[in-house]
Design a protein around this ligand. Structure first.
Ligand SMILES: [Fe+2]
Length: 267
């Protein structure tokens, strides 16, 4: 639910999409027109909540007052699970407004599992962890990262938010096979799927901008993933935002990829 589109929703048919997703950082503790527009949207669609600032791989304590407010927000909109990223995004209360990857060591795994359990207890609902895109090299074998994510999800009894575009962007940038990575993930734990478009720089580096249409290769991957899980799929768009009608066309193409129309033969 982008503020860019919030006012347009009144003219959108309810069946155009099945749910809306919001970043809680834009709403928790705030009122005003956008909160009212969220309340109106929530009367028509289920709300899912995806955080940007809790840095699930961090070792710093949570800000308890924020987590308490977040829980009330999730309760208010009857959100069944919370999601955030397997990354660092703050240090000593200095927020970097980025999702920074970590090298996965056994100590890091233990820290992350503990943090996930603590957050899930505080929010009184499951937490889904999202794989991030990253550009640093030398963080370890990315395909092993998938095994480590599986281990974290298993140990913490957490869910997985699988970002298929992030897997694809990392695979192309770091030279591994996206399907090998996906094969190591516990797809039975996927609670939610993200998909988006990305930018290809002139030097070939792919940047996870969420500012383009989904590319054909990612449509193929999402079709393969969707055949193995019934998790809801969110189309993310964070930059270069087109009119909502254009995004609804992308949602319609996604529907055809995840549920191909029946083919009726004749003899
Ligand atoms: Fe995502």
């Amino acid at each position: 639910l982008r503020s860019t589109h919030a006012r347009e929703l009144a003219s959108v048919a309810s069946e155009a999409f099945d749910f809306v997703e919001v970043h809680p950082e834009n709403y928790v503790g705030r009122g005003g027109v956008f909160r009212r527009l969220l309340d109106e949207a929530a009367e028509r669609w289920p709300v899912r909540v995806h955080g940007l600032t809790l840095g699930l791989a961090s070792s710093e304590p949570f800000e308890r007052s924020y987590v308490a407010e977040l829980k009330s927000f999730l309760d208010r909109f009857r959100v069944p699970y919370y999601s955030d990223h397997l990354c660092l995004c703050a240090g000593r209360n200095a927020h970097l407004y980025d999702l920074l990857p970590v090298p996965w060591t056994s100590a890091q795994v233990a820290t992350t599992v503990q943090r996930l359990r603590e957050l899930s207890d505080a929010l009184e609902r499951p937490v889904a962890v999202e794989n991030v895109s990253y550009y640093a090299t030398g963080l370890g074998d990315p395909v092993d990262e998938a095994t480590i994510i599986a281990e974290i999800v298993h140990q913490a009894d957490a869910a997985l938010l699988l970002d298929v575009n992030n897997v694809y962007v990392n695979a192309r940038n770091h030279g591994f096979e996206a399907r090998d990575y996906l094969a190591r993930l516990p797809l039975d734990r996927v609670a939610h799927i993200h998909v988006a478009g990305h930018l290809i720089r002139p030097d070939g580096l792919r940047i996870d901008t969420h500012g383009e249409a989904i590319c054909d290769d990612v449509y193929t991957l999402i079709g393969e993933v969707a055949a193995r899980t019934a998790a809801p799929i969110l189309l993310e768009r964070d930059g270069n935002i087109p009119p909502i009608a254009e995004l609804i066309l992308e949602v319609e193409r996604l529907r055809t990829v995840i549920a191909p129309p029946s083919v009726i033969g004749a003899a």
